[in-house]
Write a protein that binds this ligand. Structure first.
Ligand code: NAI
Length: 258
């Protein structure tokens, strides 16, 4: 049985993943704002340091895997925090945990991306580049040039940035070369508190009208099955991949972009 760090383990898909791993007999170190082993605010550098340090202590320096599910949705007015949690809350933690992931020699990491990375039109590349360069303020400013309601663009740019980071990083000597399989899971609309908040807010119409060919929304428990699969031996030969589980939205928009 393995030891897994799961961020966002108090709610939605992170919680469903943590529950599923525990039910399979694994040890889970949850990281979130409440109700978990490591309580830390990933929107601040201090909170991220706490999350890295306390997780490594609890894991005794060895991790079989990590799931990076903590994140905010495209909430207007929360652009700065979206950038902090969705970008730095993934990259900083993984860089800090890398030695523990390398220590086991065959570890797996699942980063939560989003199908908004391919389904949101006109996300400014300048915002993505700024996020990747570590300049979050500039990234938010670039996303805000498209629209005053910059939440969706900031959100999509944050998820594109972590997806690119994961794919670039996955294939390096320090990661693949150290036996770490780093991959991205990109869900579509999944029924969680994050989606429910969108459906009861000003974005409701946009979300409801978004094309989902199979109909309805996905369930957190279904995504947790994919997470478990991507942490299993089935992923031994999987590196830098993006697994889209979105009811067909990505294919609807981009069938010929393959
Ligand atoms: P959720 O809102 O149910 O859970 C997110 C968790 O992240 C919460 O427990 C929350 O406390 C934690 N979190 C937020 N800010 C934090 C902070 N500053 N420090 C520590 N923890 C913090 O959301 P859901 O839907 O389960 O989302 C999981 C991931 O999947 C997120 O990264 C989200 O962006 C992504 N996603 C969600 C989709 C959806 O339709 N639900 C679609 C595509 C991607």
């Amino acid at each position: 049985m393995g030891v897994y760090a799961v961020t966002g383990a108090a709610s939605g898909m992170g919680k469903a993943s943590a529950d599923r791993l525990r039910a399979a007999g694994h040890t889970v170190i949850g990281v979130d704002l409440r109700d978990v082993e490591v309580v830390a605010d990933l929107s601040t550098p201090q909170g991220r340091s706490t999350a890295i340090r306390q997780t490594l202590e609890l894991a005794e320096g060895r991790l079989d895997g990590a799931v990076l599910a903590a994140g905010l949705g495209p909430v207007p007015g929360k652009e700065a925090i979206i950038a902090q949690v969705n970008v730095r809350g993934v990259i900083d933690l993984l860089v800090g945990w890398r030695p523990a992931l390398a220590a086991t020699g065959n570890s797996k990491v699942v980063v939560f991306g989003s199908n908004s990375t391919t389904a949101t039109p006109a996300v400014p590349n300048s915002a993505v580049k700024a996020f990747l360069a570590g300049n979050l303020d500039k990234g938010v400013r670039c996303a805000s040039r498209i629209s005053a309601a910059a939440g969706p663009f900031t959100y999509a740019a944050s998820k594109i940035a972590v997806t690119r980071w994961a794919r670039r990083t996955a294939v390096t000597e320090q990661w693949a070369g150290s036996g770490i399989r780093l991959n991205v899971l990109a869900p579509g609309a999944i029924s969680t508190p994050l989606l429910e908040a969108q459906l009861s807010g000003p974005e409701a119409k946009r979300v409801e009208n978004f094309p989902v060919p199979i109909g309805g929304y996905g369930e957190a428990a279904q995504i947790a099955e994919w997470v478990e699969f991507m942490l299993s031996t089935a992923a031994n030969f999987m590196v830098g991949s993006v697994v889209v589980v979105d009811g067909g939205t990505d294919a609807y928009f981009r069938a010929d972009d393959w």
